[in-house]
Ligand binder design. Structure first.
Ligand SMILES: NC(=O)c1ccc[n+]([C@@H]2O[C@H](COP(=O)([O-])OP(=O)(O)OC[C@H]3O[C@@H](n4cnc5c(N)ncnc54)[C@H](O)[C@@H]3O)[C@@H](O)[C@H]2O)c1
Length: 355
């Protein structure tokens, strides 16, 4: 099977889990005893078909290292679950733009290496798909890399909450170039958004009227620091709208990342509250706490998104991929319920749906 050549933008916790995941699941078989991986094969490709061919970062702890070492360099604090052999991909210095703000600078130093010519590196590496895993508030830097992907002829998957796939202007530019575009903002395998959406769906299906609900979370990764200081309102908007998709009526809903707790490392703790009314108006109150690890939570979604994007490349489909985006991302071009998103993907895989 031909390889799927992927370039990483940002070698943080999420990228670390993704690179480790490709190694960890490289021999996974559909009927085997697999923990945590929904699809060993997806869109006609196995996890092992994914190959990392280029990587960019800006910190002095990561630039210049082999990708296999950089994924464990500070401030990354994601768990180690795979031994990754030397990749022969050296992390290149990308243009900083607004990638690191003053709060993040307390954790990292910026490399004084010369900025790489990103378009040239992408072209020479043979990258087909660029995955953007920059800090969530990096608007300018994200737009820079989306533009570089277009110029280099690569598909673009946007893991950040910055509007790219959900922005018509960007979607049109990728369509004109015949390149797939996927995003925005990864929806974790079992993250707070999915659990919140599922709880609300269950209540609606059981005839309970949801009066109000919130979900708040705290984490200790660099991304939690970024979303606490710079991206709080953006993240709250994206998460609250994602959850609202599964409620067929308006109700007060708040979902957001609310603090940075360094000792949690890459852990994330989420608190859910729902108040509703059931038969005869009797009150229902749900109070739940969930603990997960951030980086690995994005892994299976990114693995599926990469393989779905490769299928779109093969089918020569340009512009926003509505199905894969709705299935794996919180802010897709066409927001819909989780069930509909899964159906959209099935239809896309069977060629019954173009995007
Ligand atoms: N489960 C998840 O981890 C999850 C879920 C949803 C969304 N996301 C999104 O994925 C993105 C990555 O999350 P993360 O936890 O890996 O973040 P992170 O902070 O650990 O990693 C970001 C990386 O980008 C690098 N960087 C900063 N500016 C750069 C630039 N200009 N060029 C190249 N690299 C640069 C940083 O040095 C860092 O290594 C975030 O936008 C986050 O919101 C992650």
């Amino acid at each position: 099977m031909e390889k799927i050549k992927v370039a990483l933008i940002g070698v943080g916790n999420c990228a670390s889990a993704l690179v480790q995941g490709v190694e960890h699941y490289k021999d996974a078989r559909a009927n085997g005893d697999i923990i945590g991986l929904s699809h060993p094969d997806f869109a006609g490709y196995h996890v092992a078909d994914i190959e990392f061919v280029a990587a960019f970062d800006v910190t002095d702890t990561k630039v210049g290292l082999d990708l296999a070492e950089a994924i464990f360099a500070v401030p990354n604090n994601v768990m180690r679950f795979a031994k990754v052999d030397r990749t022969n991909v050296t992390v290149m210095k990308g243009p900083l733009r607004d990638g690191v703000d003053d709060n993040l600078r307390a954790l990292v130093g910026i490399s004084d290496a010369k900025d790489a010519d990103v378009v040239r590196v992408l072209r020479e590496s043979g990258a087909e798909i660029v995955i953007n895993l920059l800090p969530g508030s990096s608007q300018e830097a994200t737009e820079f890399y989306a533009g570089a992907s277009l110029e280099a002829g690569c598909a673009f998957i946007n893991g950040t909450p910055i509007s790219i796939a959900s922005d018509e202007k960007w979607s049109k530019r990728f369509e004109e170039k015949g390149l797939p575009l996927v995003g925005d903002d990864i929806q974790d395998q079992l993250g707070s958004t999915v659990l919140h959406r599922d709880i609300l769906q269950l209540l609606v299906a059981r005839g309970v009227k949801v009066d109000k609900s919130y979900q708040l979370d705290v984490g200790g990764g660099a991304e939690s620091l970024d979303s606490h200081y710079r991206g709080r309102m953006r993240k709250r908007g994206v998460k609250s709208s994602a959850v609202a998709q599964d409620l067929p009526y308006d109700a007060p809903l708040v979902a957001g990342s609310s603090d940075y707790v360094p000792f949690l490392d890459n852990g994330r703790e989420s608190y859910f509250y729902v108040h509703g009314r059931q038969f005869g108006g009797a009150p229902v109150v749900i109070d739940i706490r969930m603990e997960v690890t951030d980086g690995p939570n994005a892994g299976p979604i990114l693995l599926d998104a990469i393989r779905g994007t490769k299928l779109a490349l093969k089918r020569e489909i340009g512009g926003a991929l509505e199905s894969i985006s709705a299935y794996g991302f919180k802010k897709p071009p066409i927001p819909t319920t989780m069930h509909k998103a899964e159906r959209m993907v099935e239809e896309f895989l069977l060629s019954k749906r173009r995007r």
